[in-house]
Every structure is written in structure tokens, then in C-alpha cells.
Ligand binder design. Sequence first.
Ligand SMILES: [Zn+2]
Ligand SMILES: [Zn+2]
Ligand SMILES: [Zn+2]
Length: 478
Amino acid sequence: MFPISEKARRSVLDEAERLRLLSSTERDLIRLVHEPGYSRWLEQIKSIGGCSHPIYLAGYTTTRHALTGEILRHYDTSSEPGGRMPVRCRNRRETRCKPCSYLHAGDTFHLVRAGLLGGKGVADNVRHHPRLFVTLTAPSFGPVHGADGRVCRPRRGGGVCEHGRPVGCNQRHEETDPMVGQPLCRDCYDYPGHVLWHASAGKLWNRYCHMLRRHLATAAGITQTALRDHLTVSFAKVAEYQKRGAVHFHAVIRLDGREGPSSPPPLWATVSLLSDAVMSAAERVEVQAPYSLATGERVIKWGEQLDVHPIRSDAFTESAVTDSAVAAYVAKYVSKSVGDSGGIDYRIQDLDSIRLAPVNSHLRALMATCWRLGGLPELVGLHLRAWAHMLGYRGHVLTKSRHYSTTYGELRAVRADYQRGGVLALEDQEAVTESSWRYVGSGHSPAEAEIAYGIAEDLATLRDIRREMISEGWKYAA
Ligand SMILES: [Zn+2]
Ligand SMILES: [Zn+2]
Ligand SMILES: [Zn+2]
């Protein structure tokens, strides 16, 4: 009818169609960039490294001069976008928040490294103390498929277990083969033994530390009480889930003098003396699991596989087990969780969620065993139901002795002070701080999540470029 208005009509329709086709994320993005505080919000997200699950707080902090009452500093979220400010989620798991897990892994690296080389408030001479890198394992609970490049479980002439399943496996499995870590026969596999071992592993470690001191005392020909007058044993250890769903411990064990890291250990406390004690104590130590008719008597011990390596200084590059390599190795594991080994990293509420959990049948059987045994009154103290998602292990990922090195809290405090430019140095005596904060929300909308992801990626790229420039000798580029 009217060619011009027809064209106009079509363009209006095209625009409507285009908007309709926009994804909800794109619509959210349009909303976000039009909000008045958008550029300030970007700044905030940058300052928390693009954290993928920030906690939003509202409140204020006022710093006054203690005597005059004069306001030295005042920060209030009422002028911030949405009247709130984001802080990092600080999750250590890579699957939850990549930028925060990266930061946490970095802190762990420095924490472990300071215990080996000194620095961060730790005496430099720790590098001359006897130091070992030790791996303690769980025992076998039944044969599982492995991927070490060789034939899995060679067995000529076949043979079957009492359940009619082959007792050997002549395949060569790739690392990514879903069979790897799965038992050859699920009915032969000792599931109660596996979860009871996990539930007692923390206790086994504690008792092991005592046993280690006792064996050191015996080697020195003195009593355990007298040992305290000569030396301290310091450690940092990390738990790692293997493919079969069992935890391994990797530990740095160091001998100090009686005052801790700042004092030298006695001359007789050598690397080989420590090494012998580490091995003999590992062989001897055991824990009795609580008795139950369902599980019988269970004695909890370390597995036969035990690795002990002296830690070399970074200067000796021909050794793979150096200060920095060990620190990096431990740091890598703190950002991992049972989720990275095919498990789940959230708590289980009921048996149904075990049935529906996106895990392989072996891990499901371990969780179900936790649930079943956790319901028995005599095993209630092991808290197996609450820790079913961790397959019964309820320890921290990283633990360390009091004297090992610095703490996460101190590393964070130093970083926060550095970010403030160290301006609050005078506050201790002359200023008083009053503050009030409350939680007002957490997380990102779909568009916010994408932008935060982009920021985190940019920061990571920048970090890589800087690292490269530094290693190329551009020392002043950073
Ligand atoms: Zn985060
Ligand atoms: Zn196999
Ligand atoms: Zn069987």
C-alpha cells in the first residue's frame, strides 16, 4: 500500500525480532552498562581480581584521632553502586572461583616456601635444617585398574574371583580411561575399610607425629621428654585425592632446634636420622577404628607405598625435589578438591542425592557406604554422613604445625596493607576505628559473571606477560 511506511514497519519488526532473539545474558548486559554506577562497579570487580562469587557488604568504617576526635578517614558504601561493596569469596577451589583459588594457591606457595627458604618472618637458616618431602599413602582396599603405561594387571590363564569376575586385566589404560581407579570387582572391594581409613586418617597422622618424635628420641638415645630440650619437628602437609578415591598426604617435615625455626637443630639430627625415623614410624603407627558388628575390628595403618626425599636447595637444579618445586607442588593441591577427582564438592543431605550425584559407580559406592555406616550409633563419632561427599575424610586440605612458617592471615594482612600503601601505620596508638558491616548479598547476574570472567582472564594474561618479561630480564617492567 504505502511502500515507505512498509519499509519503516519492517525495520521496526526487525528490531523487535532482534531484541526477542537476544539471550537473557545480553539483555542483562544492556541493563548493566546503563546503570549509573557501572564504571565504579567495574573498578570494584577489578580490585577483587574478577572474583566469580563475590560477597556484597554494606556499612562504614570511620577512623578518628584518639584524642581530638578528628576524622582521619571515612569510608561508606552509601555512595557506591547499589549502596554496597564486593569482597572476594576467597574460595580455595578452582572449580568454585578461579581467581580466588589462584590467590590462595599463591599464598600457599609462599607459606610452604617460607618454611623451606625462610623469609616472611621465618629465619633464613631453616634452609640448612634437615628437610624431607614425604608422601604417605592409603593401603590397598582391593585391586583397581591403573594407568602407568604398563599392562594393567597381567594374569596368564585368566581366573575369576568368587563373584565370577576376572581377577586380571590385560589392557593398557590411557590416563583418561574412565576405568582407571575403578575396582576389578566391586563386590571384592573393601568399601567399609576404605571409608573407615579416611575417617581415621587425621588421627593416624596425629599419632604418626607422636611416633616420629618417639623414634627420633630413640635414635638419639634420649627420652621423649628430653627430646623437647633439643629439637622441634615442624611440618606442612596437603591431602590429595587419587583416582581410586583414596587420600594421599604430601608433607614437608623439618627439624628445628628447641626454640623453633630460629634455632639450629643439634648436630646429631641429620637428614638420614630423620629419614630413618620417618620410615620406621610410618611402619609402626596404627589406630584402632571404633568397633562395629558391621565392620568388625579394623586397624588403620599407612599403605606400603612411602616416598621420602631430601629437599635440595633451589641452587642444586639437578634434583627434582627443590624448595620451590615442593612449594609449587603443595600449592597445586590446595586448589583441587574431591570434585577434581570426579567427586562432588558440596554436602550430601540424603541417600537420594547420592543416587543422583554425577559421579562414577565406585565413588557412589564409597558415598553410599559412608551413609550406611554413618547411620550406626557406634560409628556416629566418625561423622561419616556429614563427610560423605569427601568419602569420609574430614581433615583440612592443608595443615601445618605451629612453628612451620607464617599463616594465611599474616600473608593477607601484608597484602591488604600493601594495597592501602601502608598509610595506616600510625593508627595503632593514635587512632580509633569504628565500623559496622552487614551482608547484603552474593554472586553475579549472568552479565556480571561474564564481565568478571573477562577481568580475571585479563589479569591472568597480564600476570603471564609480566612473568615472561621478568624471566627475560626486564626486571623493571613489573
Ligand atoms: Zn572468589
Ligand atoms: Zn585394567
Ligand atoms: Zn569379586
